[in-house]
Design a protein around this ligand. Structure first.
Ligand code: SAH
Length: 210
C-alpha cells in the first residue's frame, strides 16, 4: 500500500524537482526511492517534504530538496563514478549519491552528526558509502582522485585539495561566499579549470576545523 510519505515524496519530486527543470532521471529515481522523513528530526517529520532546508541539530541543516537535486545533477554521476561529499550532515545527500554512484565517500566534522548518519545509513543497507569524522577542508586524499566532489557547506574560498583531488574532467559542485553565496560548478581540465556560476544560494558555513 502507498503510504502518506510516498505520496508526499511523489508530490515533492513533481512540484519542486521536475517542474524546476531537473531532468536527470538517475537523480529523480534516487530521490523517489529515499524516504526523506528518516533524515529529519522527530520535531520536523511533518515538514520533511516541504520546499525548505530544515534544522538537524548542532546548528546545521538538511538542504532544500531542490538544491540536493540540482547539486547532484551537476555532478554528472553514473554507475562507475566515485564521489566525495564534504558535510555529511543528516546523510540524505549521501544516500542520494549512493543510489547513483559506485562509491561515495563523505566527511563530517561534528561527531554527533557523524554518529547519527553512520547508524542511519548502515540501517538502510548502503554498502557503497564510507564516512569519516574529520575536517573536510583537506578532502580525502587516500581515496582520491574523484569523478565529483560535492560540498554541502560554504567556504569563503575554494580549498586547493578539492581541485587537486579531482580527476581530469571531474566536477566540483560548491557554494562559495561568506554571508551570501554562489553555487559554482568547476570542471578540472588538463589545462586548468572551467568555472561556471549556477545560482545564488544560502548554506551554513564550512567550519574551519583545524
Ligand atoms: N549534506 C547534508 C547537509 C548538511 S549541512 C544533508 O543532506 O543533510 C552541512 C554539514 O557540513 C553539517 O553537517 C556540518 O557539520 C558539516 N561541516 C561544516 N564544516 C565542516 C568541515 N570543515 N568538514 C566537514 N564537515 C563540515
Amino acid at each position: 500500500m502507498k503510504n502518506e510519505w510516498y505520496i508526499s515524496n511523489k508530490r515533492m519530486i513533481n512540484d519542486q524537482i521536475i517542474s524546476r527543470g531537473i531532468t536527470d532521471q538517475t537523480v529523480i529515481r534516487a530521490m523517489s526511492k529515499i524516504s526523506r522523513e528518516l533524515f529529519v528530526t522527530d520535531a520536523n517529520k511533518s515538514f520533511a517534504y516541504v520546499d525548505t532546508p530544515l534544522p538537524i541539530g548542532c546548528k546545521q541543516t538538511i538542504s532544500q530538496p531542490y538544491i540536493v537535486a540540482l547539486m547532484t545533477e551537476l555532478c554528472h554521476l553514473n554507475r562507475d563514478s566515485t564521489v566525495l561529499e564534504i558535510g555529511t550532515g543528516s546523510g540524505y545527500q549521501t544516500a542520494v549519491l549512493a543510489e547513483i554512484a559506485r562509491s561515495v565517500y563523505s566527511v563530517e566534522l561534528i561527531p554527533e552528526l557523524y554518529d547519527r548518519a553512520s547508524i542511519l545509513l548502515d540501517s538502510l543497507g548502503y554498502k557503497n558509502i564510507l564516512l569519516k569524522c574529520d575536517d573536510g577542508y583537506r578532502g580525502w586524499f587516500e581515496n582520491a582522485p574523484f569523478d565529483a566532489i560535492i560540498v554541502t557547506a560554504a567556504p569563503e574560498y575554494i580549498p586547493d585539495p578539492f581541485i587537486e583531488q579531482l580527476k581530469t574532467g571531474g566536477r566540483l559542485v560548491i557554494p562559495v561566499g561568506a554571508f551570501f553565496q554562489r553555487l559554482f560548478c568547476i570542471t578540472k581540465l588538463a589545462e586548468g579549470i572551467k568555472k561556471e556560476k549556477i545560482i545564488d544560494v544560502r548554506f551554513v558555513p564550512l567550519i574551519s576545523g583545524s
